[in-house]
Design a protein around this ligand. Structure first.
Ligand code: PLP
Length: 424
């Protein structure tokens, strides 16, 4: 359920007609719905809160990398969300958006010493350590500061899952986390250090996971490891279950429900008396955003092929080019008439800039508006200025009000960020 619906023949974002937004802000542009973000957070919160015995005082920490816009983060902050972050920049964004440090988890395979020091300075809730070498560096940085941060050890469960090889993170050959036996030894080593406090274990096995089976297997491993560590007299009070739950990108896709996911996790954690953390990214943000674009022209070939050439391109939304991802495309003001098969492309000079092939849509004309749905996660955050196309703007809608929450740079702004070397 999202809040992008047709009203009187025109697609709206909540109460705002998208043709009005296009006229005011220009295209391409990302448009986010506050109501959808709130609803998705609320559905997960409710599903988690239905199992207080299993999850304790559970934290929902939005994975900032999915959508790091300050207004999106501030919307989630007001709902009580924490943040899962993977860089100093993301920690800074989360703090600026009003997410307290006590709700910020710092993850990632390659945190620099400077980033670890920053995380200690601001006092994040927990640092998820992903390798023995990182633990050594963290201990050194913490010792220098006289700090003793709470840490979790990220386990590589040798269970990869997800919608595409590039977003599978829990497999044996993937760079993330520490194999279980090594992780147990590392936990004991950390517990012996006066400069870190191991509080728990973490895992995150991939993204766009639509089946609960691999997640359940990973959670069971965390459970076993918790019992093993406790058997050694070590304290384990938190389990970070990561994110990864998939979303329906097209009407028919079967994804596990949030309630089933929470019930499965609760079943696995039952009796452990830990505090659980959840790190959803896509689940909260994907269907809370669309990419609004305009048809530049329709190029017809003699063989009957029709290219729908949009003013949005792979630099604005890279998921189809990078992950072979599917996004539904809808006209903002659908015309009557038989469906027509279009190859949907952008203006960037490579064939990778193809959003879809042979997609059946109502007839379109130059100047018409379309949206890519499900574009609220891993959309704007991955945009670039490839082909010197100014960075795509972002708009947040809340009922009938809206605001440009990241502006489109002018060509001058784009060019003045660079300097011509003094000798030229
Ligand atoms: C990317 C990431 C997430 C969020 O993944 P989604 O599939 O968007 O839910 C959560 N935790 C970590 C450590 C991540 O790297």
């Amino acid at each position: 359920m999202d809040h992008f619906q047709l009203r009187a023949g025109t697609l709206h974002a909540e109460d705002v007609p998208l043709d009005t937004l296009a006229a005011e802000v220009g295209t391409p542009a990302y448009v986010y719905s506050t109501a959808t973000l709130s609803r998705h957070y609320g559905v997960l919160r409710e599903a988690v809160d239905a199992h207080p015995a299993a999850f304790g005082d559970a934290l929902i920490a939005f994975a900032v990398k999915a959508n790091s816009n300050l207004s999106v983060l501030a919307t989630l902050a007001r709902l009580g969300s924490g943040a899962d972050t993977v860089s100093e920049g993301e920690i800074r964004r989360a703090l600026k958006a009003g997410i307290p440090a006590a709700r910020i988890i710092f993850s990632g395979v390659g945190k620099t010493d400077a980033e670890l020091a920053y995380a200690l300075d601001v006092g994040v809730r927990q640092i998820n350590v992903e390798s023995p070498a990182e633990l050594d560096r963290l201990i050194a940085v913490a010792a220098e500061k006289g700090a003793c941060p709470d840490i979790a050890i990220r386990v590589n469960p040798k269970i990869g899952a997800g919608g595409h090889a590039k977003i599978t993170t829990g497999g044996e050959g993937d760079k993330f986390g520490i194999p279980a036996d090594e992780a147990l030894a590392l936990y004991a080593r950390a517990a012996a250090s006066p400069h870190v406090t191991p509080v728990g274990l973490a895992c995150h096995i991939g993204s766009q996971i639509i089946d609960l089976t691999p997640l359940e297997a990973a959670f069971r491993l965390l459970r076993e490891m918790t019992l093993t560590l406790r058997g050694q007299g070590l304290s384990v009070t938190r389990l970070d279950l990561g994110g990864g739950l998939g979303v329906p990108y097209s009407g028919g896709a079967e994804t596990a429900s949030v309630a089933d996911y929470a019930a499965m996790a609760a079943g696995v954690l039952e009796g452990l008396e830990v505090e659980a953390a959840f790190e959803p990214g896509r689940l909260l943000a994907a269907n809370a955003g669309v990419l609004l674009a305009r048809v530049i022209q329709i190029t017809e070939r003699a063989d009957g092929r029709r290219f729908l050439v949009l003013d949005a391109a792979m630099n604005d939304l890279v998921r189809p080019a990078m992950y072979d991802a599917f996004h539904e495309v809808k006209p903002v003001t659908p015309r009557d008439g038989d469906l027509i098969a279009y190859d949907i492309v952008g203006p960037v000079c490579e064939t990778g800039d193809t959003f879809a092939r042979g997609r059946d849509l109502p007839p379109l004309q130059a100047g018409d508006l379309v949206v890519f749905t499900g574009a609220g996660a891993y959309g704007a955050v991955m945009s670039s200025e490839y082909n010197s196309r100014p960075l795509v703007p972002e708009v947040l809608v809340d009922e009938a009000r809206w605001a440009v929450v990241r502006g489109r740079p002018t060509y001058d702004e784009m060019l003045t960020r660079e300097t011509v070397a003094g000798w030229l």
